[in-house]
Design a protein around this ligand. Structure first.
Ligand code: PLP
Ligand code: ZN
Length: 414
């Protein structure tokens, strides 16, 4: 692999170990050589200002002064994700007994989930680092996003998914071309295989494995957007789904950066996590008061969140405990109810992850962990059209009739 000698990743200055603090030059590395801890991007924030952000494009690149991407990132083909709508959700708030609620609707991204954000940043960084192929192990949405982004960038993709994935996500990956492998195993098996392949295929950027430090930074853009869309202020509470836990920890990082940089007023906020009970290792650790997350074997309809051994689990626990939040988990029945409630009250069809988040939010209100009088944001991280099977049994037409007015009248629907 021909590595770029000194990559220009804009404001990014180094990679720093989250465990021991050891610092490394920017490059295709992801684990600390001293302690094997995960690496995190550090920055020179001197170019950041509200004015520069507001003058930027209506996608994640408006935050490029806060991301590990080359200065010319807007000139190379990418899927340009982000700046999805923040929906004021009064009907849902009323139904849940909340004073003020917003849904950050990330189903509006190019491949209909929040994964376009992380892939956008990973692609930009991977190209600058000299990688030739964009790859990933995925629970589905990441595969969609990687295959699409690579197609648009004109490079090869190679994605690996569990073979029991939703049909919608299989088709929505295959359609972009590229190398696409289904694996007889669960996500954690696929992830292990990907790490092995990454060790052999030097010029393959597995976005969530060997370029993970850059990839994960893409999730910060949800936090920036929420703050900017609220008029440059932070919500009091935010509820976030957890798979690997990167999205939650990076939203928290984004809020902290905005406070440190003086872009929003410094005020307390609470970060809440949501999992499906059938894959709830982080919720279980939170509830038991543990610092370590014990891996589980996933069994839930919320396949996009079905990571039994979440890489960022301990950091999620840190962020949630530090901010005074909590983590809840919900059954598959509650997930289905959650999808229906979001659709009926706000006209937003979320995927199973959205159902997990809404059902968890509801439980957090009931338990008193979430303050009903405080301003709340919940993330809908994907589109319901990707997980149709989850609600196919309960989302049915009102009636099937002959094409006559008489038949309509007899159906009793007038
Ligand atoms: C991947 C995914 C998540 C969670 O992301 P992590 O950063 O791995 O915690 C949430 N929702 C959807 C729809 C996803 O695809
Ligand atoms: Zn270290």
């Amino acid at each position: 692999m021909s590595l770029t000698a000194v990559p220009n990743l804009g404001p990014a200055t180094a990679l720093t170990c989250r465990e021991c603090g050891q610092s490394y030059d920017l490059g295709p590395r992801y684990a600390c050589e001293q302690c094997f801890g995960p690496l995190e991007v550090t920055y020179d924030y001197s170019n950041v200002s509200r004015e520069r952000i507001e003058a930027g494009p209506r996608n994640i690149w408006r935050y490029r002064d806060l991301l590990p991407v080359p200065p010319n990132v807007t000139e190379t083909p990418n899927t340009e994700p982000g700046f999805t709508r923040l929906v004021r959700s009064d009907n849902l708030a009323e139904s849940l007994g909340l004073r003020s609620l917003w849904v950050k609707d990330d189903s509006g991204n190019p491949t209909h989930s929040f994964k376009d954000r992380v892939v956008g940043v990973a692609l930009a960084a991977a190209r600058e680092l000299g990688f030739k192929v964009l790859a990933c192990p995925s629970t589905g949405n990441l595969a969609n996003a990687v295959a699409a982004a690579a197609a648009r960038a004109g490079i090869r993709s190679a994605v690996f998914v569990p073979s029991n994935l939703e049909q919608q996500k299989i088709v929505a990956t295959a359609v972009y071309g590229g190398t696409f492998v289904t694996v007889d195993g669960n996500y954690d098996d696929v992830n292990r295989l990907a790490s092995e392949i990454a060790g052999e295929q030097e010029d393959w950027a597995f976005v969530n494995v060997n370029v993970r430090p850059y990839y994960a930074e893409g999730s910060k853009t949800i936090g920036y957007e929420v703050a900017e869309q609220l008029g440059w202020r932070l919500p009091d509470q935010i509820v976030v789904p957890i798979a690997s836990g990167a999205q939650l920890t990076k939203i928290d990082k984004a809020f902290q950066e905005l406070i440190t940089l003086g872009l929003v007023e410094d005020k307390p906020y609470k970060v809440f996590g949501a999992q499906a009970t059938g894959c709830s290792p982080v919720a279980a650790a939170f509830k038991a008061g543990h610092d370590v997350v014990r891996p589980v074997k996933p069994d839930t309809i919320a396949k996009s969140l079905a990571i039994g051994n979440p890489a960022d689990g301990p950091y999620v626990l840190d962020a949630v405990r530090r901010t005074g939040g909590a983590i809840e988990d919900v059954s598959d029945e509650e997930v289905i109810e959650g999808i229906g409630l979001l659709a009926r009250t706000e006209g937003i069809f979320g995927e199973t992850a959205g159902g997990v988040t809404l059902a968890s939010l509801r439980k957090l209100v009931a338990s008193g962990a979430l303050d009903p009088a405080a301003e709340t944001v919940m993330i809908n991280s994907g589109d319901g059209l990707k997980t149709l099977d989850a609600v196919a049994a309960v989302a049915r037409p009102s009636a099937n009739i002959a094409p006559s007015f008489d038949a309509f009248r007899k159906a009793g629907l007038a």
